[in-house]
Design a protein around this ligand. Sequence first.
Ligand code: FAD
Length: 457
Amino acid sequence: MSSPVIVWLRRDLRLSDQPAIAEAASKGPIIPVYVLDDETPRHRVMGGASRWWLHHSLASLDATLREKGSRLILRRGKCEDVLPRLMEETGACEVHALRHYEPWWRNAEKAVAKKLTLCLHHGNYLAPPGSVTTGSGSPYKIFTPFWRALNERMPPPEPQRRPQAIAAPDRWPKSDDLDDWNLLPTRPDWTGGLRDTWEPGEEGAKKRLRAFKDEAARYEGQRNLPAVEGTSMLSPHLHFGEVSPAQVWHAVSSEGGTVSTFLGELGWRDYAQNVILQFPDYGTKSPRDNFDSFPWRSGKAAQQDLRAWQQGRTGYPIVDAGMRQLWHTGWMHNRVRMIAASFMIKHLLIDWREGEQWFWDTLVDADYASNAVNWQWTAGSGVDSNMFVRIMAPLSQSEKFDAAAYIREWVPELADLPDGEIHDPSPVCRPDAYPDRLIEHRAARERALAAWDKAKG
Ligand code: FAD
């Protein structure tokens, strides 16, 4: 039998349209491996919600592989140590993987490639990040021209089917037991809402895509309404690579109707990867100088406000509904993410990095590039930026996007208020159980604008 090929899996936990698996499987027996690296400095440790997702996604992938006579090997440690060791144990000749763009994955790829034959494939984005450039060959910084250029190269290639057969090696190497990785929280187990909302894994991704396909033509009209299930909810599946963007693109386009707005959102996902490729520290560092000395609030009162924001107790119903949806389900509607993020940065004047971290820990779709790009966009600190002085008014946003039913669902203290009161309950209607506003909108606006003047000066 020919020597086996190792497939190094990361955020690409699927069998179909997975070029690393397809290529390796065409060569002979394969050994699929997932390496959990909590050791390497600068390797961002996954947040709690992502670890929950990862556990179930790995279990699901292993089950699918076993149906095909294969299995998933789990190892822990630095990739550049684990993979060469596994090659030695198994007599494998090379490693195949999809290319990833987070700075720590790029470092790991370099370190692994120094020690063995690493074949990297493209497959998790519409076009390889870094390949969409201006006429003069430089990368785009702004979304709109980037999207125009990317869209000209679309559609992406037709997705590949999963391999018919996956040959097993003569002997399987040892694997860790998934349960020993303790990816699931136990004390307390706060994941009930996650379990009720999601089915991690390729099959779950397929179900979401099937359900959304028929609704895609309505996306444009519904996507900003948090009370309506008008978006795909594919983000964690796309993040963990349980479905490829090419699969999503083709499935949605085949339905006809106007889907360009939706496809543009997939474009944002590609755009974000292009940004972190140019600015690897984007998750913690603004490319603009005046943000280094921004007078963010700090100290005890700011800490208390941050805690109230995290717990959904700011006194602004739309913000609180969003933050509680996040805590319960690991996901928040995009419109509400923008409102809640803007509120933390501009109303509370708290450093955007605090919000980025909270989302990193609590989102099931926490994605280094998309999270950083959206937080920096909201803060006005990024390369393609909403200006800092554009301050969203949460109360009118709530009315404009008809969030009454959404607030009723997530803030039960307010459930009995009529539509006219629920967005902005007056003191007489405000139930005792619901907190007072941390700060009034007008005062917050003035404070934010004064801080901006100071930062500019
Ligand atoms: P849909 O509207 O159905 O969009 C389809 C897909 O396009 C999404 O699944 C996602 O992969 C991509 N997409 C949509 N909007 C964006 C966007 N603005 N930027 C990048 N990709 C996008 N998205 C993440 O995937 N991970 C994050 O960590 C993340 N953090 C965010 C933080 C803030 C402050 C904000 C304002 C947005 C953030 N987003 C993030 C973007 C967006 O909110 C989510 O992708 C979207 O809400 C996911 O829901 P959906 O799958 O129903 O999206």
